[in-house]
Design a protein around this ligand. Structure first.
Ligand code: GLN
Length: 432
């Protein structure tokens, strides 16, 4: 085993933990520094989910993806900052302070995988892993001007990923180039019996940048209310460029967009309220004062350990699941989710991929989004692919006032290769 030294100038607060020396070995990722989002378990390296409640927690095992990276010789150099448990869109909800966008230090890097995006965009690492529940890989990729893929749900094992909303969570690659994202997919897609939702569907693919005859569906709703007109123009120009390269643009509709965001938040919060019940101050985190009645110890531990946004979501999720309200909220959200899946299935009968902006705006100023609802609304364009479980990539397609804009390409289930091809086609044409 060889090792590499790592001493980044992390003025962005991209890392929560760094390793001064990291082991590397032979393989396709030999000698390549890779950063891992801090909700992915790494044996012997603290894993915090950017939460105080996990203070002192050192996982005794590696996530499946980490085992796979090590097997290919990757040097795991650090754990990246994030919104606590993945709950956020800016990486401001971190117990370790916000991450700054390397493109403009007064701006957020997007979230929740903002540390991974900043580590890649600043050149501190060549590749990183993020996780995406409602947009957390694609949003920071778009805001920092890098490439990020949310694979098809189930194609990459979640074993060792600390759950936020299990039915949506997906680990995925982030890098400067589509080629590197594709290389990471080759490594990450081995099957894993320890994640019952993982499916054996290996990815062996060389990106093919030809779009001749490709049908690209463009739903009207992706250019609707809330989308900054300048962002819309840049993304339209990108899609038009693909058309001049031989693709056919098909105008279409995705009516479920009207309720996808609300459904996604009900499902996320419900699953989170159940997932986060395990943080009881006994098995994880600083020890509770067990001489107190257990309810009190539990209450104090959770209040001190969780940040405001996490507490808000646990309460809302518990409410949505409570008897009498279950049918009104959770069951209804599941019905809405089914309609989102049906919209995608219908569209993929006639188009090969669906394209639009990744985010409705460019990166916000730090502190600018200070009410939860407007923060949630910024996920409007990323949640449909999450709810349906289809692959979606964000590739840089231009700028507004010097700030990056992402083109989002979504494809049919298990056709991650397709969205990678379209992103490669765009990337090879150069930024318009
Ligand atoms: N921004 C969304 C949220 O706050 C999604 C985050 C994610 O994908 N982890 O829940």
């Amino acid at each position: 085993m060889a090792s590499i030294t790592f001493s980044p100038d992390d003025r962005y607060n991209a890392f929560i933990t760094t390793l001064a020396t990291a082991e590397t070995g032979p393989g396709r990722l030999s000698g390549i520094p890779v950063a891992i989002k801090d909700n992915i378990s790494t044996r012997g390296i603290p894993t915090t989910c950017a939460s105080r409640i996990l203070t002192g927690y050192v996982p005794p095992y590696d996530a499946h993806v980490v085992t796979l990276l090590k097997r290919e010789g990757a040097a795991i150099v650090g754990k990246t900052n994030m919104d606590e448990f993945g709950m956020g869109t800016t990486t401001e909800n971190s117990a370790f302070g916000p991450t700054l966008n390397p493109v403009d230090l007064t701006r957020v890097p997007g979230g929740s995988s903002g540390g991974s995006a900043a580590a890649v965009a600043s050149g501190m690492v060549r590749m990183a892993l993020g996780s995406d529940t409602g947009g957390s890989i694609r949003c920071p990729a778009a805001f920092c001007g890098i490439v990020g893929l949310k694979p098809t749900y189930g194609r990459v094992s979640r074993y060792g990923l600390i759950g936020y909303a299990n039915s949506l969570d997906q680990i995925g690659p982030m890098a400067m180039t589509v080629e590197d994202v594709s290389l990471l997919m080759e490594v990450l897609t081995a099957s894993d019996p320890r994640d019952s939702t993982s499916i054996s569907c290996p990815y062996h693919h060389t990106p093919d940048p030809s779009v001749t005859g490709l049908k690209i569906g463009v739903p009207e709703e992706f250019f609707g209310e809330g989308v900054d007109p300048q962002v819309a123009t840049v993304v339209w120009n990108a899609i038009t460029r693909l058309e001049s390269d031989g693709a056919e643009i098909v105008a279409c509709r995705m009516p479920s967009m009207a309720f996808a965001l609300a459904a996604c938040y009900v499902i996320c919060m419900s699953e989170a309220s159940s997932n986060l019940a395990r943080f009881d101050g006994v098995r994880y985190g600083p020890p509770a004062d067990i001489k107190q009645p257990w309810q009190k110890a539990y209450q104090e531990q959770r209040k001190a350990g969780f940040g405001t946004e996490v507490r808000r979501r646990i309460m809302l999720g518990t409410f949505a699941l409570s008897s009498g309200y279950y049918g009104r909220y959770y069951a209804k959200a599941q019905a809405a989710r089914q309609q989102v899946r049906e919209d995608f299935a219908r569209l993929f009968q006639t188009v090969d991929v669906i394209a639009g902006p990744t985010m409705p705006t460019v990166a916000y100023r730090i502190g600018e989004k200070n009410d939860p609802l407007s923060m949630y609304l910024s996920d409007t364009l990323t949640v449909p692919a999450s709810l349906a479980g289809v692959p979606a990539i964000s590739v840089p397609c231009g700028t507004q006032g010097g700030l990056p804009i992402g083109l989002q390409v979504m494809g049919p289930w298990f056709r991650d290769e397709k969205v990678i091809d379209v992103a490669a086609a765009y990337e090879q044409g150069g930024i318009a």
